[in-house]
Design a protein around this ligand. Structure first.
Ligand code: PLP
Length: 365
């Protein structure tokens, strides 16, 4: 039985171009900070990669910092802006990824008050609530571009308008929309953007943070002054080269409607029914079917999927996103996420849908 991987929102397979770029870069052992020939060659790889990634974001070369992950980018943005800031409130969408929400305790220790912005049943940020929370003491608003569990696309332009009107900065976690939606930093209008290599066919353990020129951010890691003193530590040259090669690889269209439509006909209840969702993420429930049982059975049937929620010590916790959307604990424990890769064919997705419906039927009867 061929396995079908439907968990691309968790991570994507390494693209051949990225693997090759990393193999090539592994020969360049120099330290990019060294002034000699070996160092200069390693520096050139990092510079070329920064050029590719800044261009893909519509940013200037100097506005892109490499980090160790999407998570690190988010923490650097949130805490790096909060250090020594005179405004003392940060607003976060309640459906943000844990890498944003779990930064709140650190921010509180820095003397920042953190308030959560409500979301509706589909995970969409409540703009009225944002307006009610907004004030001249708000330093930063964190709103992701699209949700990693549900695929819901957030009203980022309105968030930027409401925030900028009051002088607040906007941080956007764009890990799930980078190279899957067509945007650049000027379209979004935000001040800081995080992205991650392993969601776009690059290696794990590399991310980037866009910081709009002039944004007052402080480093969290001091040391050798790398990344314009914003993130010290000798650069992950191989990982960075692999990241850029994945970004430069030719784009392929996503094809997910086959899966969405097929599952809907079989009793699957999609969580997001508006047009404002990522095509690559199909989230929903088979009412009465527990997600954990379903995922174990699907794995045995050759389908790798996810609940989208965090998994700790082998069991799935109820999704904080679904709870924030107003689902009950039972409903939240039924949430399933199928996330499709760019090159998956309709035939593969139809086969996946048949296996998924069969698994749901077996668990229901
Ligand atoms: N933000 C979102 C929306 C994500 O989906 C993820 C990955 O799970 C991250 C941040 C974290 O990225 P990384 O795995 O590179 O730390």
């Amino acid at each position: 039985m061929t396995r079908i991987y439907l968990d691309h929102a968790a991570t994507t397979p390494l693209l051949p171009a990225a693997r090759q770029a990393m193999i090539d870069a592994s020969v360049e052992f120099g330290n990019p900070s060294s002034l000699h020939e070996e160092g200069r060659r390693a520096r050139q790889l990092v510079d070329e990669a920064r050029e590719v990634i800044s261009r893909s974001l519509g940013a200037d070369f100097a506005e892109v910092l490499f980090t160790g992950s999407g998570t690190e980018s988010a923490v650097l943005a949130l805490a790096g802006i909060s250090l020594e800031a005179s405004r003392k409130r940060v607003l976060m969408c309640a459906a943000e990824h844990h890498c944003v929400l779990e930064t709140a305790p650190l921010l509180r220790r820095l003397g920042i008050q953190v308030d959560l912005i409500r979301v509706d049943r589909q995970g969409r940020l409540d703009l009225d609530h944002l307006g009610a929370l907004m004030g001249d003491d708000v330093l930063l608003v964190a709103c992701m571009h699209a949700n990693n569990e549900l695929g819901t696309i957030q009203p980022i332009h309105e968030v930027v308008r409401i925030s900028h009107e009051r002088g607040a900065l906007v941080f956007c976690d764009a890990v799930q929309t980078y190279l899957s939606l067509d945007w650049n930093v000027d379209d979004l209008g935000v001040d800081l953007v995080s992205i991650s290599a392993h969601k776009v066919g690059g290696p794990k353990g590399v991310g980037a943070l866009y910081v709009r020129a002039g944004t007052p951010m402080k480093p969290l890691i001091a040391g050798g002054g790398q990344e314009r003193e914003m993130r010290a530590g000798t650069e992950n040259v191989m990982g960075i080269a692999g990241f850029a090669a994945a970004v430069a690889a030719p784009p392929v269209d996503r094809r997910t409607n086959a899966l969405y439509e097929h599952l809907k006909r079989g009793g699957f209840v999609p969580s997001v029914t508006t047009a404002g969702r990522l095509a690559g993420i199909v989230h929903g429930r088979f009412p009465g079917v527990n997600a954990e049982s379903m995922l174990i059975l699907l794995d045995r049937m050759g389908v790798s999927a996810s609940s989208g929620a965090a998994c700790s010590s082998g069991s799935i916790e109820p999704s904080h996103v679904l709870l924030a959307c107003g689902y009950s604990e039972t409903e939240a424990s039924e949430g399933l996420r199928f996330s499709v890769g760019k090159s998956q064919t309709d035939a593969e997705l139809n086969e996946a849908a048949q296996r998924i419906l069969e698994a749901a039927n077996r668990l229901l009867h």
